[in-house]
Design a protein around this ligand. Structure first.
Ligand code: ADP
Ligand code: NA
Length: 334
């Protein structure tokens, strides 16, 4: 009933990280190139102001740089629709409807809300609380059937399914698809290189160990050299990584970059000390990431071209979203 369509987004809340690349962008490119899907990829700038209101020039810079990161990583505007969320107003319009479909209790149970609002929920923005309803709208305004994301977004995708199901049930329609999350690969949750219990995130400015997609070869190698590890050698199979979060993280990163399974990486590197494994990982990371960072810099020399690509993407997107919003309003009686 629903044509196979992929939607996913990234917040321009800071610079892209290795976590975004391995957990999300590599899959975006994969699903674009596999064929069989129409693909829509988005800079979600409306989401980027939920945690704090960014400086306006910082937000517009981040949005363009994120677009450059998508394109430099292999998202082709001729094959995928590439957009900035605020340029396609139907996202926010459907989000309002979903604010009225979603229940306070559902939203209160979101672990990201609990983590990000922390001990001072009273001071958090209403937008941070409503964030997952906007995310559901981002997806469902395209009738997207598949959403590639990192592990941290799993709960938000379950909420998206709940919202679609409640809307369909309450209005007696089969209008919104029940979207499938696509959480695949060895590196669906890349951890901080200085603390194996924390996710690597662009939204955590205090973490200097974070590998940024704009880092040059020296910076990448240095951060890997300094990554926290334990004194033991690598095991020969994945089971041996169970209680070793830092070691597991570095092996996952290697596997993600090399398109290998963790077991394949350990078949090659089992028995190695970190003194040997880290240089191998650094070399691989530089080989894969340095060309992306230099292509991003080249694209950022012509931001007018990026703006043109996003304006064209918004036009293509609205050809999909405007009729879906119109039909939604009709169903509701608006
Ligand atoms: P961030 O937390 O870095 O601000 P976003 O919330 O913008 O990232 O998420 C963009 C995409 O990147 C999502 O699909 C998310 O699951 C994925 N992602 C973010 N951080 C990581 C990570 N450390 N490991 C794997 N995937 C991640
Ligand atoms: Na996130």
């Amino acid at each position: 009933q629903f044509a196979p369509r992929v939607f996913s987004g990234i917040q321009p809340s800071g610079g892209l990280t290795l976590g975004n690349y391995l957990g999300a962008i590599k899959r975006f490119v994969g699903m674009q190139d596999e064929g069989g899907f129409e693909t829509v990829y988005c800079m979600v700038d409306l989401h980027a102001i939920t945690a704090r209101l960014l400086d306006p020039s910082e937000l517009s810079h981040n949005t363009r740089e994120l677009a450059a990161g998508f394109i430099a990583s292999g998202i082709d505007p001729a094959k995928s629709i590439l957009i900035n969320q605020s340029q396609v107003p139907e996202h926010a319009q459907l989000a309002w409807i979903f604010n009225c479909v979603a229940r306070m209790g559902w939203m209160s149970r979101m672990t990201q809300w609990k983590d990000k609002s922390g001990k001072n929920a009273e001071a958090a923005s209403l937008g941070l609380f409503a964030y997952p309803a906007l995310m559901a709208a981002d997806i469902l305004i395209y009738h997207a059937t598949h959403v590639p994301v990192g592990e941290d977004q799993k709960q938000h995708l379950e909420l998206t399914r709940d919202i679609a199901a409640k809307f369909n049930h309450d209005y007696g329609v089969e209008f919104f698809p029940i979207t499938e999350p696509v959480i695949e690969g060895a590196a669906t949750r890349v951890m901080s290189l200085r603390d194996g219990s924390k996710k690597m995130s662009k939204s955590d400015p205090s973490d200097a160990s974070r590998i940024n997609m704009t880092d040059d070869a020296d910076a990448i190698a240095k951060k890997i050299r300094k990554a926290k590890t334990d004194p033991d050698a690598l095991p020969s199979e994945a089971k041996g990584l169970e209680d070793r979060p830092e070691a597991r993280n570095l092996v996952n990163i290697y596997a993600g970059l090399a398109d290998m399974s963790v077991d394949q990486v350990l078949a090659d590197h089992g028995g190695a000390q970190f003194g040997q494994f880290k240089p191998a990982l650094a070399e691989l990371a530089v080989e894969k990431l340095a060309p992306i960072s230099s292509e991003m810099a080249r694209l950022m020399d012509d931001t007018a071209e990026i703006d043109r690509i996003l304006a064209h993407g918004a036009e293509q997107a609205r050809a999909i979203t405007a009729p879906i919003l119109a039909r939604t309003y009709e169903i509701i009686g608006m």
